[in-house]
Design a protein around this ligand. Structure first.
Ligand SMILES: Cc1ncc(COP(=O)(O)O)c(C=O)c1O
Length: 398
């Protein structure tokens, strides 16, 4: 890759229309002038990180107005750090050790996140209602880490109750991604998140939403606003700061106060790059853009027309594919025309057909990787061009 602008990337092999948008980070478009100008201007304050600043307070204040769970805010640099810190805060707050996680959900690079990460690592033998086996596909993580987490299948409320019963009095929190874009776009069925909320409250456990990828894809109130379920802690990143390294941990004052307490009933959270000024400047500029009243309605109009056209195209060409979306994020499952609601399904699809279609898209100048984003920089004309190129790719495969 050489450079990115709007919805296009220039590479050593020519230009692509980008549907990946830097891991879903550039919802306002690559190199959006308002964001770039804010970053440039921030450099006049000196390139510093690791201080509390007025800009940090301003961005935190905006987050408390927009995100339902945000009463208090801490900044870190990456999504992995934010997800890891949430788990540590939950453990210190409850003085318990077990984190319940969901089979297949992705939470970045901490050791606790490495088990059962993404669809290929789910416990396919779980009959339902049970705690899954820990499955790991990387070296370097001590096996003992598996004893500190309990993994349950997605949308399996019985399995969640089983885990709470099996670890009675030991569960610090439940960590999940409310919309799973990392495995395409899997949206929970009605009431599931509310049931998880109730179970966590009943057992005195902290509910944590990892909205690193889902944040600001479905509106300024994020997935938690869309579902009307408020977690105790939330991790935000990516679209928050349009690709600049800045993440936020937000949550209730009660739980977040754990980081203010000294000693073993509190916890340490911080870092050199926490709240770095260029990252905060990018976040402020991004939040100002997405807070404009017509930002999401205009984006959704374009995105939803595109999803409709994409579904029609697959049907017309005869390539079996399901397109699922939430807000401006979407997933394409090649090999099925059924709705995709769980990861067992994702594993069963024809991987070769998917590989061929995705390779043909790239050969036709449409770039994507694991997840797809329609950004504010994608005009109806750009999306029409994507559709034409994808149709050509689909025909080649058929
Ligand atoms: C849901 C989720 N959590 C955490 C992370 C990790 O974020 P980072 O790559 O900034 O460490 C990602 C990254 O893709 C993510 O999608």
């Amino acid at each position: 890759m050489q450079r990115a602008e709007g919805c296009r990337i220039q590479t050593d092999e020519g230009e692509f229309i980008d549907m990946f948008m830097a891991h879903g980070s550039n919802v306002v478009g690559h190199g959006r002038p308002e964001v770039v100008d804010a970053i440039k201007e921030s450099l006049g304050t000196g390139v510093i990180a690791g201080y509390e600043t007025g800009l940090g307070a301003e961005v935190a204040s905006i987050l408390t107005q927009l995100v339902p769970s945000a009463q208090a805010v801490r900044f870190v640099a990456s999504g992995s750090e934010a997800a890891h810190a949430m788990m540590r805060i939950a453990r210190a707050y409850t003085q318990r050790d077990i984190i319940i996680r969901i089979d297949g959900h992705f939470h970045g690079g901490s050791d606790y996140a490495m088990f059962n990460q993404l669809a290929p690592a789910i416990d396919a033998d779980n009959p339902g209602g049970q705690v899954s086996r820990p499955i790991i596909r990387t070296g370097g993580v001590p096996a003992v880490v598996a004893d500190t987490i309990a993994v349950v299948p997605w949308q399996d409320i019985d399995a969640l109750h089983t885990a709470f019963a099996a670890y009675e009095g030991r569960v610090a929190g439940v960590l999940l991604t409310p919309i799973d874009y990392n495995n395409g776009c899997i949206v929970p069925e009605r009431d599931y998140l509310a049931q998880v909320r109730d179970a966590a409250t009943a057992h005195g456990a902290v509910l944590m939403f990892d909205e690193v990828l889902s944040g600001f894809k479905t509106g300024t109130d994020c997935a938690q606003g869309m579902f009307g379920v408020t977690p105790d802690l939330t991790a935000l990143s990516k679209a928050l700061s349009s690709s600049m390294p800045l993440s936020a941990i937000v949550g209730s004052v009660d739980v977040m106060s754990t980081v203010m307490r000294p000693g073993l009933t509190g916890t340490i959270q911080g870092g050199t790059y926490a709240g770095n000024i260029p990252g905060l400047a990018a976040a402020k500029a991004t939040l100002d853009l997405v807070r404009a009243p017509d930002f999401y309605p205009s984006l959704y109009d374009r995105a939803e027309a595109f999803y409709r056209d994409l579904r029609d195209m697959f049907a017309r060409v005869g390539l079996p594919a399901t397109v699922q979306h939430a807000g401006c994020g979407f997933g394409i499952y090649v090999g099925t025309t059924e709705p995709v609601v769980n990861y067992a399904q994702v594993r069963e699809f024809d991987g070769e057909l998917r590989r061929q279609f995705f390779a043909a898209c790239i050969a036709n100048g449409v770039y994507f990787h694991t997840d797809f984003t329609v950004s504010d920089a994608h005009t109806p004309e750009d999306l029409h061009e994507v559709l034409t190129r994808m149709e050509h790719a689909a025909k080649t495969v058929v």
